[in-house]
Design a protein around this ligand. Sequence first.
Ligand SMILES: Nc1ncnc2c1ncn2[C@@H]1O[C@H](COP(=O)(O)OP(=O)(O)OP(=O)(O)O)[C@@H](O)[C@H]1O
Ligand SMILES: [Mg+2]
Length: 263
Amino acid sequence: MSDALLEVAELTVRFGGLIALSGVTFSVTKGSVHGLIGPNGAGKTTAFNLISGMTAPSSGTVRLGGATLDGLPTYARTARGLARTFQNIRMFREMSALENVMAGAHLGTAESLGAILCRLPAFRAQEKQAIKWAREILSLVGLADQAERPGGDLAYGDQRRLEIARALASDPKLLMLDEPAAGMNPSEKLGLIDLIKKLRARGLTLLLVEHDMHFVMKLCDRITVLNFGAKIAEGAPLDVRTTPTVIEAYLGTKVARGLEVKA
Ligand SMILES: Nc1ncnc2c1ncn2[C@@H]1O[C@H](COP(=O)(O)OP(=O)(O)OP(=O)(O)O)[C@@H](O)[C@H]1O
Ligand SMILES: [Mg+2]
């Protein structure tokens, strides 16, 4: 059996005349943190949009746990175990942190509308369960004491954590993070590194887009590099860091020399 959780094969998308992603193939090993890096406009977020089903590819396939996701809408992909966060924070700013996480939960067995309207015991039990689950996730990401505060009132780094909590609420197998450390201060970034390590230790698989190369190199087991929509390199952090095409297209020599890599 393959140890790949996510398999992306020959993924291509055109927007008018622009080929935003061109025949991209990579796979993400179960239980790993996989980095997807490259310069602005390289196609990283586009890849996330295709994998999560927000954009339809021109050609190519995406498989999760050996089963194809092609043609499935976003919610069906969520139900199969895929969750993501967005480059720009998306949340209900007036709703509490707890409610934001509950909104992200995928309801397994929906109650009938009649039952919900009547607030029958089965629905109340389900709601109680949902609150308990959301509190557990908030505590996992270190926001237990912020549960009742409106999402929009949280500190910036905590809003980014809340995004992760919302994505975790659907109990995913694969969590895709689009620039989770963007705008964070150094101590918030260290906290985020610890959180991602904790999630990996619990068996979650992560696909990470991030421009902070210290962050990426410290965390990732494997890295795929995109440039102008095409894959230009792939490998362990140490290999990618020393690949001339990657240094030329993205890292620059100074940065590449100073990077610490995952032990
Ligand atoms: N819906 C769209 N319609 C037209 N062009 C698009 C669309 N989405 C993305 N693009 C273009 O596709 C290319 C890849 O964009 P994408 O957002 O994937 O880059 P990125 O690697 O995430 O960059 P960044 O690091 O700046 O977030 C860019 O040239 C972008 O302008
Ligand atoms: Mg992007």
